[in-house]
Design a protein around this ligand. Structure first.
Ligand code: 3PG
Length: 306
């Protein structure tokens, strides 16, 4: 089978080496389309592929139309909002993700951003510390658990809200339970977002929640920009000079921040959360193994479409 790695944001070379080893040891052929600039390159590359590994690359009906032989696509990562699942199903393509494989990298980035901001962007000015501050984890899944672990190391007072995780499980990780998002945002100076982007969560973090945050609030978004209601965010920024926003990926309203709110935001140019050698190896190799296993045994454990 021909397995295509199609990544607009390339994996570390060491991850590609290992992906190649896994696929070739199973008798498959590996093809690479890395750092592509135009979706037409993806359309051409995928025409004769039986399987595809992607990251945040959009798998649209047009890509699937071009991929005449495609049987399986694996999103090497957690969030699969970039895969058009009904279109995958309509094209008889199995869609999978690799949950948990890049979680530590994302959690570390949340702290890297918090620390950079707390120390005034390493400007030399006097900053603040994380110890003793309240941190709210909005959704305590794979990434949220690592965030809790690191936060405790920093001596933070850690809370979480997650309707899909029982109170006992949250408490067992040494984290205090909040009954609803309002309680989490009211209690916590820092809030770290770990919700997926879907029809229920898009634009769900808005003015009502943000304005509840205590003085010197810092909202940290290593999830997806789409979960933020940017009108609400701008309203809070206008009203509260103490409010800061750190986001892995620029919001659509970046120009307003640059013009009006210098030193109160931090945006990465490209999504950086999972951009470590370790995360690339974990997620990339997991994706390759899932494809090899699917072709060998039909294992659909990580399938996300019906
Ligand atoms: C994920 O959902 O796994 C992360 O957001 C990583 O995305 P990336 O592979 O595009 O860096």
């Amino acid at each position: 089978m021909k397995i295509l790695v199609a990544t607009e944001k390339a994996f570390a070379p060491v991850a590609i080496k290992l992906i190649r080893e896994v696929t070739e040891a199973a008798g498959h052929e590996l093809a690479l389309l890395e750092n592509y600039k135009n979706v037409s390159e993806l359309h051409s590359a995928v025409t004769d592929s039986d399987a595809m590994i992607v990251r945040s690359d959009l798998v649209t009906p047009e890509v699937l139309d071009a991929a005449k032989k495609l049987k399986i696509v694996v999103r090497a990562g957690a969030g699969y909002d970039n895969l058009d699942l009904p279109a995958c199903t309509a094209h008889k393509v199995v869609a999978m993700n690799t949950p948990g494989q890049n979680s530590n990298a994302v959690a570390e980035l949340a702290f890297e951003m918090m620390l950079f901001q707390a120390r005034g962007g390493f400007s030399g000015k006097s900053g603040t510390e994380l110890r003793g501050k309240t941190l709210g984890i909005h959704a305590i899944g794979n990434v949220g658990k690592y965030v809790a672990e690191i936060a405790k190391g920093f001596g933070m007072d850690v809370y979480a809200y997650d309707p899909f995780v029982t109170d006992d499980v949250i408490k067992a990780s040494g984290v205090k339970v909040c009954k609803n998002p309002e309680e989490l945002y009211s209690k916590c100076q820092y809030v770290s977002l770990h919700i997926p982007a879907n029809d229920k969560t898009k634009k769900s973090i808005g003015y009502g929640l943000m304005k509840k945050m205590p003085k010197d609030a810092v909202l940290v978004n290593t999830a997806r920009k789409e979960v933020i209601d940017e009108d609400g965010l701008l309203k809070v920024f206008e009203e509260r000079p103490d409010f800061k926003y750190l986001s892995d990926v620029e919001p659509d309203c970046k120009a307003v921040f640059e013009e009006k709110y210098k030193n109160r935001f931090l945006f990465t140019m490209k999504k950086m959360g999972a951009q470590t050698e370790e995360a690339n190896i974990n997620a990339g190799v997991a994706a390759a193994r899932q494809i090899v296993d699917y072709f060998k045994t039909g294992n659909e454990k990580f399938r996300v479409n019906k």
